[in-house]
Structures are given as C-alpha cells and as structure tokens.
Design a protein around this ligand. Structure first.
Ligand SMILES: CC(C)(COP(=O)(O)OP(=O)(O)OC[C@H]1O[C@@H](n2cnc3c(N)ncnc32)[C@H](O)[C@@H]1OP(=O)(O)O)[C@@H](O)C(=O)NCCC(=O)NCCS
Length: 190
C-alpha cells in the first residue's frame, strides 16, 4: 500500500483511496477505461476504439511509473479484495527536451460516483505531485467545448483557457471544438 497518496471519504461518506497506478493495476485500469468510454461521450476515445491488451497496458503503466515527468493516479475503495476503479487521471509529460516541461492531463470518473468530489481529489493530488516535480512546469489539457462540468472543475483548480481547436472532434452528428487549458505547477506563478 506504499503507493497510496491520499485516503479519505467521498461526499457520501464512503471511504476511498488515491494511489499511484502500477503494473498490478493493468487489468482493472483496462476495465475502467472500457467502462468510462461507454458511460460518456466527453472523451476522445470511443467504445469502438481498441484498448491495449493486458501485456501492453502493464508496459504502459511501468513506463508511466519510470518516466519522471509522467503520473498515473487511480481511485478505489480500500478492501481486501482488489476493487474496481472509481476514477483515474494521467499526466503525460512531453517526450522531447523542448516539451518535457509540459504534462497533458486526462481523466475520467465512473458515472455512478460523479459529483462526490473524486474528480476534484484526483486533480488536487496530481497538482500536488506536479508542484514537487523537478521537470514539469505546466499542466495542460483539452476539453470538449460543451463539457462545462469539467471546465468548471479545471477553472476552480486554477486552469485558464489558452485557446480553441475548431471542429477538432468528430461526434455522431456534428463536429465539436476542443478548448485548451493550462496552469503553471507553481502556485506562486498563478
Ligand atoms: C468531469 C469529471 C471528471 C468530474 O468528476 P467528479 O468526480 O464528478 O467531480 P467532482 O465531484 O469532484 O466535482 C468537481 C467540480 O466539477 C464541477 N462539476 C462536476 N460535475 C458537474 C456537473 N454535472 N455539472 C456542473 N458542474 C459539475 C463542479 O464545479 C464540481 O464542484 P462542486 O461539486 O463543488 O460544485 C467527471 O464528470 C467525468 O469523468 N466526466 C466524463 C469524462 C470527462 O469529462 N473527463 C474530462 C475530460 S477533459
């Protein structure tokens, strides 16, 4: 349990923990991804897009653990038997010298537990990590222009709108804009 970064209760009083995902979480991470892409159309990935197999997912989680400017956080109920994930967040740092100071944030929380503070907790813990990180100087993200729920969370957490990618996402019946947002990792720079 040494990977646990936070332990507490959600808004309904149910206990959960946030920990750094590792290769041992590959199966439940994949199940979680499969669930959230079906529960919401606010992600870039759709249910029709193929997910990695378990071996590849283990390798991805290993790599995120190893790379100094990357992070994978997972939220789940602390029980003896390994529980399904409630939420996940990744920070993917740039891969070149010129971009490694930027980490791109992506996240999703299971619909059954929306509005219980889990999303906010995941962002808070990721920013706490980023603030202490020696490489990452800025956290950036892209969000559907219509996703006002996520945008208000990000604004609350100090993110500001940088710009807009016009008609970037093909949905069933229309093309949707993406809003790009970012914030510095140092609170003093805000
Ligand atoms: C966006 C998302 C991560 C929020 O997770 P969550 O656990 O429900 O968020 P929280 O309960 O911590 O809420 C944090 C804040 O987000 C905003 N928010 C969340 N859901 C909202 C809703 N349905 N309507 C309006 N604001 C909402 C509120 O500002 C909220 O703060 P408040 O509860 O104090 O008012 C979750 O809804 C989700 O996974 N959505 C689908 C995938 C997605 O949009 N991912 C982001 C891609 S960029």
């Amino acid at each position: 349990m040494s990977n646990v970064v936070w332990r507490g209760r959600d808004a309904e009083g149910d206990e959960y923990v946030v920990s750094v995902g590792s290769r041992r979480d590959a199966d439940r991470f994949l199940s979680h991804m499969e669930a959230i892409v079906s529960e919401t159309d606010r992600l870039l990935q759709s249910p029709e897009d193929e997910l990695p197999d378990a071996t590849t997912q283990r390798a991805i989680l290993d790599q995120l653990d190893r790379l100094k400017n990357c992070l994978c956080l997972i939220a789940y109920r602390p029980r003896l038997v390994r529980q399904d994930l409630l939420g996940s967040l990744t920070l993917l740092g740039g891969t070149t010298r010129r971009t490694r100071h930027i980490a791109k944030l992506g996240m999703g929380v299971r619909r059954t537990v929306w509005r219980r503070g889990i999303g906010r907790r995941l962002v808070t813990e990721s920013l706490r990590w980023a603030e202490r990180n020696a490489i990452v100087e800025r956290v950036a993200l892209q969000v559907y222009a219509s996703n006002t729920a996520a945008m208000s969370l990000y604004e609350d957490m100090g993110f500001e709108v940088d710009g807009r990618l016009q008609r970037e996402v093909q949905l069933e019946d229309h093309l949707e804009d993406l809003v790009t947002m970012s914030r510095p990792t140092s609170l003093e720079a805000l």
